[in-house]
Design a protein around this ligand. Structure first.
Ligand code: C2E
Ligand code: MG
Ligand code: MG
Ligand code: MG
Length: 294
């Protein structure tokens, strides 16, 4: 069953594949999975995972929220298996709302304890295109007592391929609320760089493919250097994705302010586990034994 799904995805995601002998089976499989996902979202089968983003000293300074689906028969599913389906079927809207609710819930609870850990959430273009996206988000921030400035919305470059004017307007309105924006998988899209000057962007995430090849490939290393330069000249925060080795981390450790995210520092894990450890390892700024307390 999984094989049919994989084959279909390899065949090009949402492209139409003509006269594929697996097509009938695949369509049925897809439909079943879509029904399962709809039901799963309602039944509370989604899980919020977090992956740390660390500074040059390896300290966790923020984290990215990543969805998982605890399927009753198939086990814990990775987003690559169901996000494309969720996008095509419209289920990305309830899924995306659930993620934002969870993340804002954590931000609000941390805030109530006087603690702040900025969290990033992936937003799919379709989710962002909903006319009431901003309104709902503002309402959610208020309800959960979360600081807008602690929430980073991650988009891929594809979000600016269509209707740029509207995207700019929407982002600007959300930026006025204090929300921050990150360009995910930076360098892999085919859009022009001009959006960097028109959009209220705060962060670039250098795609894993460049990070992983840079130690052995001069052209990847050059592109990483160029992306770091763009980020620092434009005063954007930068995150290196997919850092797995010490060698890769050396590309970023000496770059002021660069953050790193990858298996070298921590895999995605259930939110409560990462947050419990972060709370234990860090000290509240107003606690008597805080290092920088008067
Ligand atoms: P992404 O936003 O680029 O997230 C980073 C992906 O890289 C994550 O995969 C993460 O587990 C993986 N990763 C992190 N460090 C390493 C590393 O050192 N090596 C390798 N090989 N991989 C690493 P994950 O969790 O499977 O998510 C895949 C994609 O699914 C995400 O890519 C994102 O585009 C999408 N996604 C995940 N959660 C959501 C969500 O809530 N909403 C939406 N719209 N998309 C989501
Ligand atoms: Mg991301
Ligand atoms: Mg990414
Ligand atoms: Mg990526």
């Amino acid at each position: 069953a999984d094989t049919a799904l994989h084959q279909a995805q390899e065949a090009g995601g949402n492209q139409t594949v003509f006269f594929d002998p697996h097509m009938g089976q695949w369509a049925a499989e897809r439909f079943a999975l879509e029904q399962d996902l709809r039901h799963g979202i309602e039944q509370g089968e989604l899980r919020l995972y977090l992956q740390p983003q660390v500074d040059a000293q390896g300290r966790t300074v923020s984290a990215e929220a990543l969805v998982r689906w605890q399927h009753p028969q198939r086990g814990l599913l990775s987003p690559a298996l169901f996000i494309p389906l969720a996008e095509e079927s419209g289920l990305i809207e309830p899924l995306g709302r659930w993620m934002l609710e969870q993340v804002c819930g954590w931000l609000g609870r941390l805030q109530a304890q006087g603690r702040r850990l900025p969290l990033s959430v992936n937003i799919s273009p379709r989710q962002f295109q909903q006319s009431d996206f901003g309104e709902r988000l503002q309402e959610l921030l208020q309800r959960s007592q979360a600081q807008a400035g602690d929430l980073m919305l991650e988009f891929t470059e594809s979000v600016v391929l269509h209707d740029v004017e509207r995207v700019i307007e929407r982002m600007a309105a959300l930026a006025r609320l204090g929300l921050r924006f990150s360009i995910d998988d930076f360098g892999t899209g085919y859009s022009s760089l001009s959006y960097l000057k028109n959009l209220p962007i705060h962060e670039l995430k250098i795609d894993r493919s460049f990070v992983q090849d840079a130690p052995h490939s001069p052209s990847d290393a050059a592109l990483v250097a160029a992306m770091l330069a763009v980020a620092s000249l434009m005063k954007l925060q930068v995150v290196a994705e997919g850092v797995e080795t010490e060698e890769q981390s050396l590309l970023f450790r000496h770059h002021p302010g660069a953050l790193m995210q990858g298996y070298l520092f921590g895999r995605p894990e259930p939110a409560e586990e990462l947050i419990r450890r972060w709370l234990a390892q860090t000290v509240a700024p107003d606690a008597p034994d805080a290092p920088d307390a008067a």
